[in-house]
Design a protein around this ligand. Structure first.
Ligand SMILES: Cc1cc2nc3c(=O)[nH]c(=O)nc-3n(C[C@H](O)[C@H](O)[C@H](O)COP(=O)(O)OP(=O)(O)OC[C@H]3O[C@@H](n4cnc5c(N)ncnc54)[C@H](O)[C@@H]3O)c2cc1C
Length: 238
C-alpha cells in the first residue's frame, strides 16, 4: 500500500510528531511505502489566491474552483499544489495527522485542503461521496486534543467527536469519495502521564496494523439520491 501522511504540527518534538514518526516506522515495517508532507517544515502556503494560477480562464473575475480545474488541465497550477495532488493520486491511504485547534484542523492543514483538493480531480458535478474522485482510496484522521474522552459522546458536553469534525470527515474526505476509517484520537495529551502517552503510541501501532481490514464509516450513497440530489424514496412520495 502507498501511504501519504500529511502532518501539521509546528514543533518537531511534539507528541503529534511522535505519532507521525510511529506511523512511518510501523507502516514501513509492514512493507508499505510512505511519503510525508510535513506542512510546517515545507513552509506550506495555506492561502488560496489568484497567485496559484499561471493562466486564467477568466482574467477579469476569480472563481477559484473554476481556475483550479482550468489550471490543472493546462499544466499551469502552482508547482507546490501540483506536487501535493500527485502525492494524493499516488497513495492508497491518506492520513491527516494534527492537533485539534478550535474543534477543527490547524489553518495550515485547512489551507492544504483548500489548495490541493481541487475541483475536477477530487470532486466535481455529481462526482461526490461514493462517486467522488478519490473513490477506492482510504483516509484516516489522527489527532490529539486537550479534552478528555468523557467530554465527547451523545450526552457529553461537546457532543459526538465525529460531529465536531464533520466538515473535515464528511464535508471533505467522504465528499471526495475516500473510504473513511474511524478517527484515531489521543485525548488529553498534554496533561496525562508519560506512560499514558506511551500507551497512545502503542494503541496507534495496533491501529496501523489494521488499516487495510478496518470497516469504513458509512456516508451517503449517490445511488439513494436522484438527479436533483433528492432522496429517491422521498422523491417518489412527492
Ligand atoms: C489554537 C489552539 C486551539 C486549540 N483548540 C482545542 C480544542 O478546540 N479542543 C481541545 O480539546 N484542545 C484544543 N487545543 C489543545 C491542543 O489540541 C492540544 O494541546 C494538542 O492536541 C496536544 O498535542 P501536541 O502534539 O501539541 O502535544 P505536545 O504539547 O507536543 O506534547 C504533549 C507532551 O507529550 C510529550 N511527548 C512528546 N513526544 C513524546 C513521546 N514520544 N512519548 C511520550 N510523550 C511525548 C511532550 O514532551 C509533552 O510533554 C488547542 C490548542 C491550540 C494551540
Amino acid at each position: 500500500m502507498n501511504v501519504l501522511i500529511v502532518h501539521a504540527h509546528n514543533e518537531p518534538q511534539s507528541f503529534n510528531t511522535a505519532l507521525k514518526d510511529t506511523a512511518v516506522t510501523e507502516l514501513e515495517r509492514g512493507g508499505h511505502e510512505v511519503k510525508v508532507s510535513d506542512l510546517y517544515a515545507m513552509n506550506w502556503n495555506p492561502v488560496a489566491s489568484g497567485a496559484d494560477f499561471g493562466s486564467r480562464a477568466n482574467p477579469d473575475y476569480l472563481v477559484y474552483a473554476l481556475e483550479q480545474r482550468h489550471n490543472y488541465e493546462a499544466g499551469t497550477i502552482a508547482d507546490d499544489i501540483r506536487e501535493e495532488i500527485e502525492k494524493v493520486r499516488w497513495c492508497d491511504l491518506l492520513i491527516l495527522n494534527f492537533p485539534i485547534y478550535w474543534f477543527s484542523e490547524p489553518a495550515i492543514l485547512k489551507g492544504w485542503i483548500d489548495r490541493v483538493m481541487i475541483s475536477g480531480v477530487f470532486y466535481g458535478g455529481k462526482r461526490i461521496y461514493d462517486r467522488g474522485g478519490m473513490r477506492g482510496k482510504r483516509a484516516m484522521v489522527t489527532f490529539t486534543l486537550g479534552g478528555r474522552e468523557h467530554m465527547f459522546g451523545p450526552d457529553a458536553i461537546h457532543g459526538e467527536i465525529e460531529s465536531m469534525l464533520r466538515p473535515l470527515l464528511q464535508g471533505t474526505l467522504a465528499y471526495c469519495g475516500f473510504d473513511l476509517l474511524p478517527p484515531f484520537v489521543g485525548y488529553h495529551v498534554p496533561y496525562i502521564s508519560p506512560e499514558g502517552r506511551a500507551q497512545i503510541l502503542a494503541d496507534y501501532r495496533q491501529r496501523l496494523n489494521t488499516v487495510e481490514r478496518l470497516q469504513p464509516l458509512r456516508f451517503s450513497s449517490m445511488d439513494d439520491f436522484d438527479d436533483r440530489l433528492m432522496p429517491k424514496r422521498e422523491a417518489q412520495v412527492l
